[in-house]
Unconditional design. Sequence first.
Length: 441
Amino acid sequence: RPTPGGLVWVAARGEPRPRRSPSHGKQRRRGDAQTSHLPVRSVAPARDNLTHCRFAGVYRGVGFPVRHHERCRRVRGTRIERTAQGSPTNSRVNPWRAVSRISHIKLNKIPVARTMRIFIPETAYHEVFDPLPDGVEIVAEPDVDAEFAVLGLQHAPRLPAFIAALPRLRIVQSLNSGVDWLLPELPDDVEVFNASGVHDAAVAEWVVTALLAMRRRLPQMLELQRRGEWDFNLNDVTATGPSAIGPIDTFEGGTVLILGYGSIGRAVAARLAPFGIRVIGIAGHRRPDAETLDDLPKRLPEADAVVLLLPLTSATEHIVDAGFLARMKSGSILVNAARGRLVDTDALLVALQHQRIRAALDVTDPEPLPQGHPLWQAPGILITPHVAGAVATWRLRAYRFANEQIRRYAQGEPLQNSVPRPKKHPAVEQTTAQNLKKEDS
């Protein structure tokens, strides 16, 4: 491409050989070359598909007859920073002398084809990326030239060291949907993409399982089993009084409120539909299938269950506080499959001890929940150790998605699941609704 100061044109095989100088209309004599009135500054690096790298013409610079191709091959694949200084001239020069001059100048050693390095620490999944696109290389250790990294929550303890060793990092593809563990460690100019969609089925299945188990009071029945007790009062046919466990009811005709109505929320709704359950989605923006947080006060009292699938941000932290829990329907179920810090643990303990609501938690605050914490013994609670998405095949699906992202990047296509980077010093406090643009965690 022409640049200020002129350039020497690198011709590929099959290009027409210019018979006349572009700057002068007369026939050039054999063995002569025309110098430009401007100094030569650069030449485009040769590519792999240029099997013959020859200076076969003149474009505002020094031109060389095609018969000198063998002498010109010595500068194939290198960039010439500057070949001439001085005043404008129209004098003719010997092409052999010009080639000799080019071959002795300072050259920038640029690879014929640039290699794009991808940092993926887990070598066990490198085979997922085979065959790699042309010009792409995977490295298992931090490389100063790596511009793309594939990282998961399991790498969080080593994340600061990784980032410090990747000065040219441009893209981070997360293996998880939630990226609150990742964003604070990254420079502002690094783009982040999450794995939204990869964990939909696994998390949705856990949510449905928890809802049905809590509705039918399976955790309390498990306690009866361990004690070897048969509660006749659970069945109204044999009951002689109220059961200590409480009433059992079906979810058919009930209402489930889902906070964070993204891909996981929609997967939950699809699985609840056959049970005849009405689903109300809450998202950051009003949509045909979702309402906003402005509608939350009127929706909480009518919901038989509230499912949390929100991302953790400064605005959503402790969104479930004492006021939120007080507005929930008596006897309803709180399900948290997102982040533990969405819930004020102290407020939740009070609500559970008063037996106003019940809860199923896959995440807690603090996490991991220490031995002896009051939540373990709270009434009406089901706790699992952050396993909603941790099915046996989740990493394979996540790395397959990362493979698709790498191929898009190598081909210059836009990547999916971009995560907006929050401003570190916002001028105006953002509302919770504004922070829900990324709807599922």
